[in-house]
Design a protein around this ligand. Structure first.
Ligand code: SF4
Ligand code: SF4
Length: 274
């Protein structure tokens, strides 16, 4: 039995003995308690050592004005990252997707709603939370905050326990119930990944996945694929939220923005211009 699996079983056992259910665990995780300390500590969430905190400003109106824009973003992201399409909702894997206003912003939904706003497609993705409960929930450190504050996955360390999925209050994580690597009848092509990108890994059955903020593209000096797909519009603006001169900081200074479920204290790094 490898180390990570042994550690997981220990935590799973402790959680079961303690009777930690998903909502209770989530509340503890937000406060920075619980599973990390019960496993002997070592994977608390710390501020990014570089002082950076990457984030997005998403202009909701621009997605309403151009009905194809959301799908272009989804296609760009999913084809870049070999996101499998299993062809049904139950098995769906999504890194970026659209939600209704009510689902995305339950705190802002109200009686006598503004129909125009409530009919808008809201682009949603992992919020790369500054206080990410998913990171604390993961017993193997398969999900972690990187040196620039992005919340990432090491697919090889994922043991498929789905604690991170239970801890994420945004539904930003998907689980591969099936194998994304299944081949078609010819035995030459992936069945669920059309035009695979050879520069990005495919995943296995039993692995959780989500938006990685295009860390691999940023490393090459490129913008995230969804930001690129919006060009020439600036429907999604990307940058360092901690840099007052960055494009995203400028937008936040000038526009009124909201975050998803701010009352939960996860501190999302995705802001919406409403
Ligand atoms: S949105 Fe969910 S998966 Fe993304 S960092 Fe926040 S809690 Fe984790
Ligand atoms: S930042 Fe990259 S991985 Fe995240 S949604 Fe946009 S394209 Fe997908």
């Amino acid at each position: 039995m490898d180390n990570s699996r042994r550690k997981f079983l220990k935590i799973a056992g402790l959680s079961a003995i303690a009777g930690i259910g998903a909502p209770t665990a989530f509340n503890s995780l937000l406060k920075g308690e619980a599973l990390a300390s019960s496993s002997g500590g070592g994977h608390g969430v710390e501020a990014a050592p570089t002082g950076k905190r990457y984030g997005f400003a998403i202009d909701v109106q621009k997605f309403a004005d151009d009905k194809d824009l959301a799908q272009r973003c989804i296609n760009a992201c999913h084809s870049t990252h070999n996101v499998p399409d299993y062809g049904n909702k139950k098995d769906e894997i999504k890194w970026i997707w659209t939600e209704t206003f009510e689902h995305a912003f339950p705190d802002h939904s109200h009686y006598k709603k503004n129909e125009a706003l409530h009919d808008m497609p809201i682009m949603t993705l992992c919020n790369h939370c500054d206080n990410p409960p998913c990171v604390r929930a993961c017993p193997t450190q398969a999900t972690f905050k990187n040196s620039d504050g992005m919340v990432l996955m090491d697919f090889h360390r994922c043991i498929g326990c789905r604690f991170c999925m239970a801890a994420c209050p945004y539904g930003a994580r998907s689980f591969n119930w099936r194998s994304p690597r299944e081949m078609d009848a010819s035995g030459k092509n992936y069945k669920y990944i059309k035009n695979p990108n050879p520069d990005f890994p495919t995943r296995m059955r039993g692995v959780v996945e989500k938006c990685n903020m295009c860390a691999e593209r940023l490393a090459e000096g490129l913008l995230p694929a969804c930001v690129d797909a919006c060009r020439p519009t600036d429907a999604i603006v990307f940058g360092d939220l901690n840099d007052p001169h960055s494009a995203v900081s400028q937008v936040l200074k000038e526009k009124f923005t909201i975050q998803r479920k701010p009352a939960l204290g996860t501190k999302p790094s995705i802001f919406y211009i409403i």
